[in-house]
Design a protein around this ligand. Structure first.
Ligand SMILES: Nc1nc2c(c(=O)[nH]1)N[C@H]1C(S)=C(S)[C@@H](COP(=O)(O)OP(=O)(O)OC[C@H]3O[C@@H](n4cnc5c(=O)[nH]c(N)nc54)[C@H](O)[C@@H]3O)O[C@H]1N2
Ligand SMILES: Nc1nc2c(c(=O)[nH]1)N[C@H]1C(S)=C(S)[C@@H](COP(=O)(O)OP(=O)(O)OC[C@H]3O[C@@H](n4cnc5c(=O)[nH]c(N)nc54)[C@H](O)[C@@H]3O)O[C@H]1N2
Ligand SMILES: [Mo]
Length: 765
């Protein structure tokens, strides 16, 4: 029975209370059930949630945190349950919706409203000059795309985006198709996410992935969680931290905010978590200033070097660069460290003391480290720390970049990468049996510029919400609008679907919860989690509409029409039986031998530093690196804004309008500011303000309108507000050095009070 979409609260409904001091527990279970029942009713909620992350069920698309070997009866968390409810919803965005509203009218709605229309049911086409999307057959849709692609002067005039939910099988055929066409233009969400981690790790240890397993997390005696909010974004990680704590581990949080999830945790899987007082997680909280981490880790490393608290045997046998690092840190300016971190030196001493005492150290991090101008340098400095202490390639120790999307790491392994290495291409070429392009392609930021300048004319998005996820919303909108054709393979409507090129197509696809039946029968797909474990995922629900096609089927259908069978590839055979795709993957990619035989049990991909302390750098040794301290200067009267996630969203998908842990209810347009800064800026808690970013070179202003200023516990000079409402403020040219990741956590802004005369109706984002 179709349900009615929820009604969006008005601006005046926004309430601000005190932040929570506990995470999860009963409120988490109740919140999960409320979202589930609202989207899909009681019976379907119970049935669906029982299949998450079970051996015979589907992989939760909530995050990339691994599953424990011994699974709980209900291996889910509040936000995993919300992610599932969002996909398994009974609401439907049918052709009637697109007949009722023009594209312009849809574009005037909020992200929340668009997402809450429900699942897309039919392929839809927006013809050149048309005002409304209209239904189209799959065959006509493929033909339209094929003819646009074939009409290009060069395959490099198309860009093929991927969001990290795509399965390994779909990702593999997608990149095989794109490269058959002749381009490496494969930008992906990683470019905006953990690219800085990949670049830094590749340089330092020769592989761009983390080096720990779940067992390592639980066996560590010291866990440092930097720039990450696991209580909201990786709630199952709290269970692992809890397990480590019960064995006596110390947890340190490095974060400008006192996130509830790192304070006290009531495990919803355990009775004691529902009725007891829970476990205190972080023993030490370093309330660092935004972008201060390079200074912090430099200062810690200097102290370790000064105290000679080093693993000399490990350094001698495996590493280069310790003398250069020592000479560099000997000149470290402690005053600059204090200014950048805002931390009392005693706290840095305390962290150093914990490190020296630790036998098994793990450092975990996420977007708080990766989305700054100096991110790659910062992460290299984190690697320096673990190398100095010999904390790589032994149990209970290592590097843990906590990935975001549930298969973002797997997509990269499958070749979704604009800068493929020669060795990878050679082997892939052998397996596919046709020639592959060598010239590197465009990443996300480069794709935006290329579209805007007319160098890219066709945009295809395999999932995701390119417009809302990318920086500089106005620039990205202009980029999409200057394309001849924009295509989205998607489950639910979003802003990218209503900011289109001259023509546009919406291709509805199966989600991971749904049964995928092809010519050879029911199919399974595989994913790779944050710790390099590959495992199977089986959809169980009936598809949201009979018209839906799987991502694999869509790619193969399109490839058949555009490039045709070639080499060893018969697209229709791949689409009929995903085992045939896995045969190709086994031949093309390291670590996937006997893929079909091993997919059900799951297996761990090789990771030389973790497995044998070997490092695939040019000289075979791990590299300690010298990273000059760069401190971002914020002009007087300005703040350094970090853009982050609320507890009720999945990236650009807005589940609901509350952020329970931060005390925000029924609204999202808030900017969290230190009370002393508010006073210094002549503002009061509760004022309505516009947030204004740095102007463009041509003077165009970047402004996000009507936010409630909220006095909040964050260091002086720093502020926080939700993404994607604030993406308009991130300049397209403001990127991390070396990784080209937008600096979503270092946005220089000022606040302008909105006078009573401007208290008109709420503008749309
Ligand atoms: N429920 C839910 N789960 C998700 C997602 C979601 O949106 N919702 N998104 C998924 C994705 S794609 C990703 S990448 C991950 C994101 O997971 P997170 O990285 O946890 O996500 P953010 O909300 O961006 O939080 C960034 C954290 O870093 C801190 N921080 C900001 N700037 C700095 C800094 O300069 N230094 C330090 N030390 N800390 C800083 C912030 O205060 C915040 O706690 O989560 C994944 N899981
Ligand atoms: N300011 C700011 N910007 C950021 C960030 C930030 O912290 N601050 N974080 C960045 C990060 S870490 C990331 S990863 C990106 C996220 O960027 P994206 O991955 O592009 O964005 P999502 O919001 O995850 O994409 C949601 C859409 O995916 C589609 N979808 C969902 N499930 C499926 C599926 O199974 N198949 C297909 N084909 N489509 C599906 C739905 O239509 C939904 O609307 O945003 C980045 N942008
Ligand atoms: Mo991400």
């Amino acid at each position: 029975m179709p349900r009615r979409p929820p009604v969006e609260p008005a601006e005046s409904d926004l309430r601000v209370g005190s932040p929570a001091t506990h995470a999860a527990g009963l409120p988490a279970v109740l919140s999960a059930l409320r979202h589930g029942v609202r989207e899909m009713g009681v019976r379907r909620t119970v049935k669906t949630l029982r299949m998450v992350n079970q051996d015979a069920g589907f992989d939760c698309m909530g995050c990339a945190w691994p599953d424990p070997a011994k699974r709980h009866h209900a291996e889910f968390c509040e936000n995993g349950a919300k992610a599932v409810a969002e996909e398994a919803t009974l609401l439907r965005a049918t052709p009637d919706l697109f007949a009722q509203y023009s594209v312009a009218e849809l574009a005037a709605q909020s992200d929340f409203w668009l997402g809450k229309r429900g699942r897309l049911t039919h392929p839809m086409y927006l013809a050149p000059g048309a005002t409304h999307y209209a239904p189209v057959t799959w065959e006509d849709a493929y033909d339209l795309i094929a003819s646009e692609l074939q009409a290009l002067d060069s395959p490099d005039e198309a860009a093929f985006y991927t969001s990290g939910r795509t399965s390994n099988e779909a990702a593999f055929v997608y990149q095989a198709f794109v490269r058959a066409l002749g381009t490496n233009n494969l930008p992906d969400c990683s470019n905006m996410c953990h690219e800085s981690s990949g670049v830094a790790l590749e340089q330092s240890i020769g592989i761009g992935k983390g080096s720990v397993s779940l067992q390592d997390i639980e066996a560590a005696d010291l866990l440092i969680v930097v720039g990450q909010n696991p209580g909201t974004n990786h709630p199952r990680m709290l269970s692992s931290l809890e397990a480590a704590k019960r064995r006596g581990a110390t947890v340190v949080a490095v974060n400008p905010l006192r996130e509830a999830g790192l304070a006290r945790f009531d495990n919803p899987q355990k009775i004691r978590g529902m009725v007891g007082r829970g476990v205190q997680l972080a023993d030490l909280h370093l309330q660092i200033r935004v972008n201060g981490d390079l200074a912090l880790f430099s200062a810690v490393n200097r102290r370790l070097l000064d105290a000679d608290a080093l693993d000399h045997a490990f350094l001698r046998e495996h590493c280069d660069g310790v003398d250069a690092l020592r000479a560099h840190h000997a000149r470290l300016d402690e005053a600059a460290v204090l200014a950048a971190t805002g931390l009392p030196p005693e706290q840095i001493d305390e962290l150093t003391r914990l490190l020296v005492a630790s036998q098994r150290t793990v450092v975990c991090w996420a977007m708080g480290l990766t989305q700054h101008r100096n991110s790659v340098a910062t992460i290299r400095e984190v690697v320096n720390l673990l190398l100095l202490r010999g904390m790589i390639g032994k149990p209970g120790a290592g590097l843990c970049p906590v990935r975001g999307h549930s298969n973002v790491q797997g997509d990269r392994t499958m070749g979704i990468y604009e800068k493929p290495q020669e060795g990878f291409l050679e082997r892939l070429e052998g397996a596919l049996g046709y020639a592959l392009p060598r010239e590197h392609g465009l990443d996300v930021v480069e794709s935006i510029t290329a579209m805007r300048d007319g160098r890219v004319k066709v945009f295809i998005g395999m999932g995701g919400n390119f417009l809302s996820a990318a920086p500089d919303t106005a620039a990205t909108a202009a980029a999409l609008q200057s394309c001849r054709l924009t295509v989205h393979v998607a489950t639910k409507p979003n802003r990218s679907h209503v900011t289109t090129g001259t023509a546009a197509l919406l291709l509805p696809t199966l989600g991971r919860t749904e049964r995928d039946v092809q010519a050879a029968g029911e199919q399974v797909v595989t994913v790779e989690d944050s710790m390099s474990v590959v495992h199977a995922s089986r959809g169980r629900l009936e598809p949201a509409s009979e018209q839906l096609r799987s991502e694999v089927a869509i790619v193969c259908g399109l490839a058949e029409r555009t490039v045709g069978d070639r080499g060893n590839v018969r697209w229709s055979e791949l689409a009929a039986d995903y085992d045939r795709i896995r045969d190709l993957i086994a031949a093309a990619i390291d670590g996937f031998d006997d893929f079909n035989a091993r997919r059900d049990a799951g297996f761990v991909l090789p990771h030389p530093p973790r497995d044998s302390r070997s490092f695939a750098t040019p000289n075979g040794r791990a590299q300690l690196t010298v990273n000059p301290l760069q401190v971002l200067q914020v002009p007087a009267g300005h703040l350094l804004l970090q853009t982050l996630r609320s507890h009720d969203q999945y990236n650009t998908t807005i589940y609901g309008l509350n952020d329970r842990y931060r005390g925000i209810k029924a609204g999202r347009r808030v900017v969290l500011v230190n009370p002393d800064d508010l006073e210094a800026l002549g503002l009061r808690d509760g004022d309505t303000v516009d947030v204004i970013g740095e102007p463009d070179a041509d003077g165009t202003e970047r402004r996000a309108e009507r936010f409630r200023a909220v006095a909040y516990d964050t260091p002086r000079g720093c502020a926080a507000a939700y993404y994607p409402e604030t993406n308009a403020l991130v300049p397209l040219h403001s990127v991390a050095l070396e990784s080209n990741t937008p600096t979503s956590k270092s946005v220089v802004v000022r606040l302008e009070r909105v006078g009573a005369e401007r208290n008109g109706p709420k503008p749309r984002p």
